[in-house]
Design a protein around this ligand. Structure first.
Ligand SMILES: C[S@@+](CC[C@H](N)C(=O)[O-])C[C@H]1O[C@@H](n2cnc3c(N)ncnc32)[C@H](O)[C@@H]1O
Length: 265
């Protein structure tokens, strides 16, 4: 339904966990120490990877509300006994009134906001501000793809991928790589103290399955927006496949982590 399969989310989950900016996560944990019972809203939760990563670190009494429009992904949430977790099947593009911010102290999302539009992000910023909630938004794509070894064609593919990033994913024209800096600016205007830190995936030859899945996903993205360009990239894609299969390929995919708190009372 959403275009994000449980298999894809499972493939990226350990890499996401290893790539998060450790110092920013530590700041969140420090912030958490000043709170008692914590109520967390996780937007675009998928199968719950963000909750699985954060809940054990945050500790203490917590309550999580996972929101996603894909019931199949929500169903696959692997129950763990860290804290009570509610699952809400909701389309974030239109169901703002049903999105419950009551008593929420932390709004979080992982790998979501590069899909959304400027208008949607502004609304989210306002809703967080109204709830006086801290904001922890991680693993937002930043527009950089660096392969090793480099091949002619890498930059062209990156440009197409980044153009595809701006297509409408249901939320209006997507911000793609601009989303995290844009959200930082919006939140600062609303009085938040915001930290934005890099959290790149650094994929080694052993992560061949993820590299191969990314390669095929990006070729599909190019095919979608520029079918005529695909033939010219087939040699590039073949060489890339070969390097991945032979265990000679490394890939860095840039992301941002963002933590915003410190609202004036
Ligand atoms: C890249 S996945 C990230 C999932 C999860 N946060 C993780 O890190 O594994 C993006 C998620 O956003 C959800 N999503 C996309 N559009 C949505 C919408 N309009 N309403 C609610 N969820 C949406 C997808 O179903 C998917 O689970």
């Amino acid at each position: 339904m959403s275009g994000f399969s449980a298999e894809w989310l499972a493939l990226r989950e350990p890499v996401d966990a290893a790539s998060r900016h450790a110092e920013l996560t530590a700041r969140l944990i420090d912030w958490r120490q000043t709170r008692g019972h914590l109520s967390v809203l996780d937007l675009g939760s998928g199968t719950g990877a963000n909750c699985r990563f954060l809940a054990p670190l945050l500790g203490g009494e917590q309550h999580w509300r996972l929101v996603d429009h894909d019931p199949a992904l929500l169903m696959q949430y692997a129950v763990f006994d860290q804290c009570p977790v509610e699952r809400h099947c909701l389309d974030l593009t239109g169901d703002w009134d049903r999105l419950d911010f009551r008593d929420v102290q932390l709004v979080t999302a992982s790998a979501l906001i590069d899909l959304v539009s400027a208008t949607w992000l502004e609304r989210l910023a306002w809703r967080c501000r109204e709830a006086q909630a801290a904001v922890f938004i991680v693993l937002t794509y930043d527009g950089t793809l660096v392969w090793e070894p480099a091949l002619p064609g890498d930059e062209t593919v990156c440009e197409w991928v980044n153009r595809h990033q701006h297509t409408d994913k249901g939320f209006g024209p997507a911000l793609g790589p601009q989303a995290a800096p844009a959200f930082k600016a919006l939140l600062e205007r609303l009085g938040y103290q915001v930290n934005l830190r890099p959290s790149p995936w650094r994929l080694e030859p052993a992560q061949a399955a993820l590299q191969a899945a990314l390669l095929e996903g990006w070729m599909a993205a190019v095919r979608e927006i520029a079918p005529d360009a695909v033939d010219g990239l087939s040699e590039w894609a073949m060489q890339r496949r070969r390097l991945i299969e032979q265990g000679h390929s490394r890939l860095q995919v840039g992301h941002w982590d963002l933590f915003a708190a410190g609202l004036p009372i």
